[in-house]
Design a protein around this ligand. Sequence first.
Ligand code: GDP
Length: 482
Amino acid sequence: ALITVLFALGEMATATQSLDEETFQLLGEELGFRIEIVSPEDEERELLEQFDIDLDAELEGEDDEDRLPRPPVVTVMGHVDHGKTRLLDTIRDAHVQAGEAGGITQHIGAYQVVVDHTNDEGEIEQRPITFIDTPGHEAFTAMRARGADVTDIAILVVAADDGVMPQTIEALNHAQAANVPIVVAVNKIDKEDANPEKVRQQLTEYNLVAEEYGGDTMFVNVSARENLHIDDLLEAVLLTADAALDLRTNPDKDARGIAIEANLDRGRGPVATVLVQQGTLHVGDAIVCGSGHGRVRAMLDEHGVAVEEAGPSRPVQVLGLTTVPGAGDSFLVAADERQARQIAQKREAAKRAASLSRVRKRISLEDITQHMADGKVETLNLILKGDAAGSVEALEEALLGIEIDDQVQLRIIDRGVGAITMNNINLAVASNAIIIGFNVRAEGLNADYADKEGVEIKYYSVIYRAIEEVEAALQGMLKPEY
Ligand code: GDP
């Protein structure tokens, strides 16, 4: 019967096809119901309102002078073996916070270093920078797919002897798709065959133009192994943050943030590394993290030293949760333990309900026309996967050759050879993109995952079919001219 009604509404549907929001609304009207579709964010907001917690408080009422600068949070990305891990180690070792030496550095998932920064008045300020200790864009994109944006700035590591490689491009695509500013670390300049200028030239093709070439991306030549120019790199991170971002928040309120790593410790129970994003977390606070809860029994920093409080951008290990949260789960402080437990229970219930009746909300090629007309989307993001480098290139070229109005944009945010991976799907979720498989497919678990996340994958085996369909969607989505 459903299908019949849909046909009457002028929508072609098959029994397995997921429906977009609009169709649901129409269907509801037809059947005499009012259907309300709530996003996960709205749901969370409503849930917390029942407990008098206002998620938007900071955005609205906050006085400007209450918002203080917070340190940037940095993720290191780049091709395998270009030196990401080594760079993270060198930065950590060279900048152990004074006074805390003696504590043995622990890998807790993130760490903070303090940099001497010369400000505009020529005074030296001590400024912290937070590093996410898991190199690579996979973790970055997986967290983003879950709605957790932790990274402010990406350091793109490119080995000067090797130059730009496939994962360099993938990493920069992921950072650009997230609108995260990039600082390029041209690494391994100690090597005889290092060619740092070539790296600069290669990256201009991807809209990363070095300042010395008239662009606005900072490139710094470094050697992670020989500890060369690491301070310049950290300075570049601060300058980029100051120029591109307004990183300020009110430290004087209940903490909120994201769990970035967690495990079950035999002796200590669930241990979660959290990154505080706003407010200040204190020992003794009642918290909800994902669908777990608890009271902060103790907090440890990256040196294994106990701390009483953690302000914005500070990563700490938290002891005292009742369950192990997932990476990317958000946490917040509740009034007391009882309330924390209630919120956790409601979250758990909401999660169960959502997985039972999942309304797919991602975009499909068919409904993009309507979204565009409504002014909801101005960009069609595509991810291209194909069976050979040549065919992917040909497809990309043809797609970019489609003539479109300048009110809309077609962005190819990632491309590559081979089957459609979990990583591609996560990027599609995070960027609301459509994946195009040219003679390649998503196999097994990945296909299920795409389906579960509501990501549309279009399969083609002839280029002109792909072009035809994308063109139709793009032309349909042009806004009427006035
Ligand atoms: P990742 O895969 O990007 O994390 O790369 P690693 O940090 O594991 O580094 C890969 C290899 O490159 C290791 O053998 C490092 O010792 C080496 N390496 C990293 N940085 C440098 C550098 O600045 N100079 C030289 N010569 N070797 C480096």
